[in-house]
Design a protein around this ligand. Sequence first.
Ligand code: PLP
Length: 372
Amino acid sequence: MNAEDRPTWLSVDLDAVAFNFHVAKTAVGDSCQIRPVIKADAYGLGAIPVARRLRQEGVGGFCVALVEEAVALREAGIQESMVVMSGFSPALTEKVVAYRLEPFLTRAEYGLAVSQRVSGSTVVPVYLKVDTGMGRLGVPLDQAVAVYDSWTRFEGIHVVGVVSHLACADDPDNPETDRQIKRFASLVETLRQRNPDLVASLSNSAGIMAHPGAHFDWVRPGVMLYGGSPLYPHTHWQALGLRQTIHWVSHIVQIQNLSAGRSLGYGHTFTVQRVSRIAWISVGYGDGYNRHLSNRGAVVVGGVRCPVVGRVCMDLIGVDVTDVPTACAGDPVALLGGDAPRMVALDEMAQWLDTLSYEVSCAIGQRVPRRY
Ligand SMILES: Cc1ncc(COP(=O)(O)O)c(C=O)c1O
């Protein structure tokens, strides 16, 4: 660390991301391709470094949500096949052609609209996205075959595959997943009578780990690559054999000795019950350390779990380090990650916030430098 650097950063363990990729690989077997989902800056870890690391592991391409995410990756030299899952509209066709992207087409009218924007001998590879139960994006299941047939008549597009998304795969007991798999499998069978080379993709991380029948030709893991359990709280990340990939580190700026009965922070929401040492740490909601962690979160100082006390500020949090008598200004603090068994896992912070690990890592702000 340079003396002028703010002592707060996100350390990203790319080897752990690669390790988690191989957990997915083992689950799906050699006949199924993996196209990691690196949208939203690889869930906050950094899409370009993650892509550069994972391309060494034998990916079948990458998935992003938006055309601009794909463009940034292309401009960084990522040449693998690039699927755009949800942020495509025909007005973006020129960019899709220029950057050799493969969009999911989610509406029937998009086939003609894209084909009309393509010139000369250019052919855009597209995926027919079908709604098999998510009720979100996609052509309705009962129209999918007719839409496919109409799209095969248009010049300038080539339907390379059919895709859908699972709604309830994170809950292994939810019967909807099997129903979705059956609907999708039946559609794939029908379409393959028209084109035996058509490829099919249905699974996210939860489908990969909990539903072998949902694997088809290629899968789209996101959260599991980054160390979050896609089956939380039913199955924890350790039980899936995943590794934590991020360590969010900060440092103690100052320690306050407070006598019993003193209150601290904005709104005085915490009053110390004993003579206490309160460490102020250089992180806050301006960095994505969620304000709902006020009087709820915990960090690790000197190998000891210490509670967050008082309100999370924009640039600082207070932590009770009374039980770590050696703690002093300048000491490191693990906000996320750290060493087992005291570590704060992504899923645990998500649980404190009543959310998912996805949101925790995505929320870590750009003010926090990433180190790889
Ligand atoms: C269409 C689609 N496929 C795959 C994924 C990856 O999901 P997960 O992070 O649960 O593996 C997402 C993420 O939201 C998605 O929207």
